[in-house]
Design a protein around this ligand. Structure first.
Ligand code: SF4
Ligand code: SF4
Length: 336
């Protein structure tokens, strides 16, 4: 039996920013009104996390995502439970709320890694993308606060290539590389904004303003990033992922992997407790109902989803930006 290798709790869909590239701050178009903010309780998360721990290897990381994950009312308690039961932990954040108190609480809860979004060294560009003035300054302050008040935590950044950011990308990578408070950067590429109706060719729709138009210039940028990675720059992506991103930016409708998506090894939980492997292939359980992830993972329904993933050729955000591994591991699935 394949074990889960990637885990993400999308612990809230709420957010205080007004990003151009994400509409999580608008009413959720995928959740009915009666379910909005019907978050699982801490006790329900406890049961789920302890059961998950029995299913996974010691190096398994639970990612806390959102929305802005720090807006979940009991976030520090849930992080503490994940740490106590022996899961490794990472939280993604826009950095806006990380003052001294929050930095200390994250450290005390045992959070091991944090990834903060920063798309430009230019405050005007970052704040424009985030739709709120002063976000860039808050991110810099958050990095300093975490360094000082949660020194055991690894602080990394996530930076995304958009039409508005790609020209300033190398200065951003240089700045990160020279900043001793930052562990590394995870590079991502433009995707259709969250919480919008799926569109097949989103890059040529109303959201196309995010899509880098000058293909030659973006190809040069990707080659440069691959070169910097090979030189040992603090870039977290493997070269194979950067190469796939380069292909995607050239031809967004061509599937970027040589074999299949890795997501068959993922466990996701939505903000309202729905358990799924891939968002595109339905929900398999609900932690608010006490469903046991150990049984779900081994169920026929989960196997059917894994078979569907084998044939999926969407270039979605999760494939390209979230969980990208070398293709050789797919042999596990082929032999199932
Ligand atoms: S990208 Fe992050 S910070 Fe921006 S609206 Fe979406 S969840 Fe909030
Ligand atoms: S490519 Fe995207 S939609 Fe398809 S299986 Fe992978 S994560 Fe799911």
């Amino acid at each position: 039996m394949i074990k889960p290798r990637f885990g993400c709790l999308g612990i809230t869909d709420n957010c205080m920013l007004r990003c151009k590239m994400c509409q999580k701050w608008k009413p959720d178009i995928f959740i009915s009104e009666k379910d909005v903010n019907k978050f699982p309780t801490v006790a329900q998360y406890r049961k789920f996390l302890y059961e998950l721990r029995e299913l996974v290897d010691d190096d398994f990381v639970v990612n806390f995502g959102g929305g802005e994950a720090l807006l979940y009312p009991d976030i520090f308690e849930v992080i503490k439970i994940a740490s106590e039961c022996g899961l490794r932990t990472n939280i993604n954040s826009n950095g806006f709320l990380i003052d001294e108190k929050v930095a200390r609480k994250l450290g005390e809860a045992g959070m091991q890694n944090i990834k903060i979004s920063l798309d430009s060294v230019d405050p005007k560009i970052h704040d424009y993308m985030r739709g709120v003035e002063g976000v860039h300054a808050r991110v810099i302050q958050a990095i300093n606060n975490l360094h000082e008040f949660a020194p055991a935590m690894n602080v990394s950044l996530i930076s995304v290539i958009y039409e508005q950011t790609y020209r300033g990308f190398i200065p951003l990578i240089e700045w990160i590389n020279n900043n001793e408070k930052i562990e590394h950067v995870l590079i991502m590429v433009a995707m259709q904004p969250n919480n919008t109706e799926p569109e097949e060719h989103w890059w040529s729709s109303k959201h196309g303003f995010l899509w880098p138009k000058d293909k030659a210039a973006v190809s040069v940028l990707m080659d440069k990033l691959i070169d910097l990675k090979a030189q040992g720059y603090k870039i977290n992506n493997e070269i194979v992922q950067l190469k796939a991103a380069k292909e995607y930016l050239k031809q967004p409708d061509k599937f970027v992997k040589s074999t299949i998506c890795n997501m068959y090894k993922a466990v996701h939980v939505s903000a309202i407790g729905q358990i799924f492997i891939c968002f595109n292939y339905g929900f398999l359980g609900d932690i608010r109902k006490g469903d046991d992830i150990r049984k779900i993972w081994q169920s026929q329904e989960a196997e059917a989803v894994r078979r569907e993933i084998k044939n999926c050729k969407k270039n979605c955000h999760f494939l390209i930006n979230c969980y990208f591994e070398e293709d050789e591991l797919t042999e596990e699935l082929q032999n199932q």
